[in-house]
Design a protein around this ligand. Structure first.
Ligand code: PEP
Length: 250
């Protein structure tokens, strides 16, 4: 059975102090639930150290929201995969649409980042998704197919990655893809993985949905056979809403 994953993307929110107080309230709630969800936190880089202090003896994974393709050198402002690993990170988010659009990350750079993350034995959560314009002009499969092919170009089929399908028009807008729309994209991604890397890879890879996931829409989305969890922005900032998403019975 594939992992069912609930991942938080805090973006540029929460100080180290706020992160610790969130975890202290959140942990007892999820630790006493019998949910099967694996929980991850993608926190601002400045919160990684305190996150490992609180999360290291738990089942919860965590990591940075961005990582560079090189581990060290003259790359001012970037995050290193090897240092992230050294301080206990388990995962790294790669290719978020805000990185692609605001920071001009290309498919090729994202492919290099995925490679570096895997070399450091971190688990990449690779984001992909189409813009509103691309959906309206019928280009969804073309775009996510291209992003997927590039992102997996240096990935051996024995490795483990997670995908996050995040239609750009649904991120932070309150507009959520219907379960059927999300399922259509997820099953397309599954079939593309099958063609690119074989059925074992395709079957073991969890595909998360992201885009305005909330406690009141997560259960319906999770009924779809190819939706294996969520990447959650806004609703991951409050303990109440994120813990409800994590502890729902999927
Ligand atoms: C995200 O940032 O990855 C995201 C899905 O945000 P939101 O849940 O706020 O739409």
């Amino acid at each position: 059975m594939r992992d069912f994953i609930c991942a938080a993307n805090w973006k540029l929110n929460k100080s180290p102090r706020e992160a610790v107080s969130f975890f202290k309230e959140f942990l007892p709630i999820v630790e006493t639930s019998n949910s099967r969800s694996k929980i991850l936190f993608f926190v601002p880089a400045i919160d990684l150290w305190v996150s490992q202090e609180v999360l290291r003896d738990t089942e919860i994974g965590f990591g940075p929201q961005n990582i560079y393709s090189k581990n060290d050198g003259a790359f001012t402002g970037e995050n290193s995969a090897s240092v992230s690993k050294e301080i206990g990170c388990t995962h790294a988010l790669v290719g978020h649409s805000e990185r692609r659009s605001l920071f001009f990350e290309s498919d090729e750079l994202i492919a290099e980042k995925v490679k570096t993350v895997l070399e450091q034995n971190l688990h990449p959560v690779i984001c992909l998704g189409e813009s509103l314009e691309e959906r309206k002009t019928g280009k969804t499969n073309e775009v996510i197919g291209r992003q997927l092919k590039a992102a997996l170009s240096h990935v051996d089929s024995e490795k483990k990655v997670t995908l996050a399908y995040e239609p750009v028009w649904a991120i932070g807008t309150g507009e959520v893809a219907t379960p059927e729309m999300a399922e259509e994209a997820h099953s397309f991604l599954r079939s593309q993985m099958n063609d690119l890397k074989g059925s074992a890879f395709s079957e073991k890879t969890s595909i998360l949905y992201g885009g305005s996931v909330k406690p009141d829409n997560c259960e319906n989305l999770a009924k779809m056979p190819n939706i294996d969890g969520f990447l959650v922005g806004g609703a991951s900032l409050q303990v109440e809403s994120f813990s409800q998403i994590c502890t729902a019975q999927y």
